[in-house]
Each structure stands twice: as C-alpha cells, then as structure tokens.
Design a protein around this ligand. Structure first.
Ligand code: AMP
Ligand code: ZN
Ligand code: ZN
Length: 423
C-alpha cells in the first residue's frame, strides 16, 4: 500500500515538474506566447515594422539601395527621422514603441541606475525582462488590450510584461539568429490561418549598427552591409507579395538613430580631471556620461567640466529644453555630452575608432530612416523630417487603436496617410 501511495505521489510530483517546465519554457525560454482563450479581432489591417539598428537617414543617398528606393516609390519616406536624446538603441526603440521621450518612458540610457530597482543593462536578462523598469504603453500592449494580436521579434522592451501584458508572441534576444531566419519566421506568422496570425509585428536587425561602430559610417564594410540589408528588404517584400493577405499588409522600415564617424584623436577622459571624493557614481556611455555627485560637490565638478573643450555639461536645471532630459530620477544630476564626432570616456583605457551615436539629435548624422508602403500610405510621397515620438500615434491610427497618452501627436505624420485612414 505504501508502495502504491509513493508511486502516486511520485507521479504527481513528476506531473507537477513537467507542468512547471512547460510553463518555464513558455515564459522564460526562447519563445513566449500568450496564446490561449483570448479572442482577437480579424477586421484590422496588418502592420509589420522592421527596425534596422543604426541605419542613417542618408545611407540610401550614398549607397545603392534599390529596394528601399522602390518602397519609397510605391509608398512614403521621411526625409529624416529624428531620434530622442540620447540617440542610443534602447531609449529610441522604446520611444518608437511608446511615443514618449526617454525621461518619461524610463529607459534613459542603454544602462542606468534606478534608485529602487538598481542597475539596468542590456546584458542583464533579469533587468531587461523586469516590467518595473518600463513606463508608458508600448504599441503592442495597446494592441493586445484592444484585442489586436501582436508579435515582437527582439524589439527592445518586448520581453517584459509591461502593464502585465506580453505581446502574443515574443522572443528572448539572441543576436546569432540569422536575418534570413527572422524573415522566414515573420513570413510564417503572416501565413498562419486568419484569426491566428498577428496583425502587428515589430522586428529587429542589429545591423548596420555593429559594422558602423567598427568601421565608421562611410566605409566599404558599412556600404556592403547596408546594401545587403537592402537586398534582404527586397526578399522580404517579395515574400510578402506572395501571401494571400499581401494587399492588406503595411510595411515599415525604420531605425533608432544614425552613426557618426569618430577618431581616437578626438577623445577625452574625464576621471583625472575630477577628485574621486566629488563623485558618487558615473553612468551612461560615450558620448553621454552622467555623474551622480557627492553631496555639496556639484559646483566643484561643474566648475572643472565647463572649461573642458568639446564637451557640453549640464545640470538637470540647466538642461536645454530641446533635449527633454531632466524629468527622471534615473538621470543623474550632471550630464556630459561630447560634441559631434568627439568621444568622452570616464577612464582613458581605450579610445574607440570607427563610429558612434548617442549625440544631441541636432547632429544630423544621428537621424534615421522611415520608409513605409501599404494600403494605409500614400504613393511616392516624401514627408518632412519628424521626431520618432510621433510614430506611436501613426501606428495606432493605422491599426484603428485608441492611443495611450504620449509626448507625440498624429499631426506631423498624418500627411503620409491616405485620406480614408487620416480621418
Ligand atoms: P548600442 O549600439 O550601444 O546603442 O546598442 C546596440 C546593441 O544592443 C545591438 O548591437 C545589440 O547587440 C543590442 N541589443 C539589441 N536588442 C537587444 C535586446 N533586446 N536585448 C539585449 N541586447 C540587445
Ligand atoms: Zn541602435
Ligand atoms: Zn550602436
């Protein structure tokens, strides 16, 4: 009898462990999916948004990009897409998704300190998945809340249940997955039966950022990778055109920021200029460093740094309005910004060559691309430059969603829409 009882207990424990593993795979493994009993709308258009990291606004002018050119001819392009400050990857992808400035959505740098939650960095998976770091409402959460199925393939922020909501499909970041495999996955999602396919897809390539950093924006290597990405955009469009739903798919090709050539001859280290006892913490990354001063030391630090050439230094109270970068307790009291093409480091261990971004968005080399085609967009229309905070309201309009409150508005982007979508 004892044997039978223990056998039953063992079976129960095994079943419990199995269920925990399945749950763990869904929530913590490579792919998450919230698909369950939820019923989704099928009467909304499709919107598929690809971000190619660090794709500078003028790459199509200086390199050969026939596929992006033909997207502009059948649809729209912005002359330039203006990022938020700092023009780094996570702050700007999350601005694209929420329509908020980084000071309001909370992702103020790729790595920063929160006084309560501690450190956020891209390499800390636990932090990246912690919803408490993310404020605002990303468009996939707006979609899910209004019964529009969404999918994200590495979009920054999509691995966390923001406001308690995941995209219906999301993936744990793995930069080694090929771009071709990502294309095939997105096409497979759109090839699912009606009612099962996502209507909003946000996906991501980590190029030409990597190559731009290593070799600089105006290099043979960056040219090659930009032209390869353009050919992949062409492959993707052709695969979309073979789908039964092709006519109702809107495609957007955009980016988070541009790229600026830098040189070790234009680099400054700050640590030797300041006394250790003045500084509590240093955060951010070249070309934007943030200093948390020890009590009473702000004036000492400022009096030294304001005389350093090629660096602008601000306290929260002297921050230029245009940067929208003071309304957060994750922004330290002192912010140092290198002038365009210059680099600042805390310690002089190494000075990078190649390219960088993060600069004040008034530097045009920080500007990114916005190309779009599909039933919501005009044909062969070129829009004036606009800021990326205005993209969330545009996406909400295309999908027929009631938007959350943002720092942006539909006004600067509405001119790209066909009249029936605009109104
Ligand atoms: P940066 O150029 O410093 O602004 O950072 C860009 C880098 O962030 C990319 O090259 C990727 O390697 C990395 N990255 C992009 N998305 C993610 C993600 N979801 N999780 C972790 N790292 C990411
Ligand atoms: Zn980036
Ligand atoms: Zn980068």
């Amino acid at each position: 009898m004892y044997k039978k009882f223990f056998c039953k207990v063992n079976c129960f424990i095994a079943l419990f462990i199995f269920l925990m593993i399945v749950q763990g795979c869904v929530r913590n493994g490579k792919t998450g999916t919230a698909t369950g009993k939820k019923s989704y709308r099928t009467d909304v258009p499709y919107l598929v948004v690809l971000s190619m990291d660090g794709f500078r606004w003028d790459y199509p002018a200086i390199y050969h990009t026939p596929n992006l050119d033909s997207i502009a001819a059948t649809g729209v392009k912005a002359q330039e897409l203006v990022p938020c400050f700092p023009s780094k990857t996570f702050p700007n992808h999350y601005s694209l998704a929420t329509g908020l400035y980084p000071e309001h959505h909370g992702i103020v740098q790729n790595s920063f300190y929160d006084p309560v939650l501690g450190k956020y960095t891209l390499s800390d998976r636990k932090a990246v998945k912690n919803p408490e770091f993310y404020f605002g409402e990303p468009i996939w959460v707006t979609a899910e809340k209004q019964s529009v199925r969404s999918a994200c393939f590495y979009w920054p922020g999509s691995e966390a249940p923001i406001k308690g909501v995941y995209p219906d499909i999301y993936k744990q970041y793995d930069g080694s997955v090929s771009f071709e495999a990502r294309i095939d996955t997105v096409i497979a999602w759109l090839g699912r039966p009606a009612g099962e396919r996502p209507h909003l897809i946000m996906w991501y390539f980590d190029e030409p950022d990597h190559t731009g950093h290593e070799y600089g924006p105006e290099s043979e290597q960056t040219k090659e990778v930009v032209e390869h990405l353009d050919s992949l955009a062409g492959v993707f469009c052709r695969k979309i055109n073979q789908l039964s739903i092709a006519d109702s798919v809107n495609l957007v090709f955009t980016s988070d920021h541009g790229m600026q050539a830098i040189s070790p001859e234009r680099a400054i280290a700050l640590d030797k200029l300041l006394k250790d006892r003045w500084v509590n913490l240093v955060g951010g990354a070249n070309p934007v460093l943030m200093i948390d001063p020890n009590a009473g030391c702000t004036d000492s630090i400022m009096s030294v740094l304001k005389n350093v050439k090629h660096v602008k230094v601000y306290t929260k109270s002297s921050m230029p309005e245009s940067l929208h970068y003071s309304d957060s307790n994750r922004i330290f009291d002192i912010v140092c910004v290198a002038d365009s093409a210059w680099s600042i480091y805390w310690k002089a261990s190494h000075f990078s060559t190649g390219g960088n971004h993060g600069y004040d968005p008034s530097n045009r080399n920080m500007h990114a691309i916005f190309y779009a085609t599909g039933p919501a967009f005009l044909k062969n229309y070129v829009s004036a430059p606009f800021q990326n905070i205005h993209i969330y309201p545009l996406f909400a309009r295309i999908l027929g969603l009631i938007p959350a409150a943002t720092d942006g508005s539909l006004t600067p982007t509405a001119d790209m829409l066909r009249e029936n979508v605009r109104e």
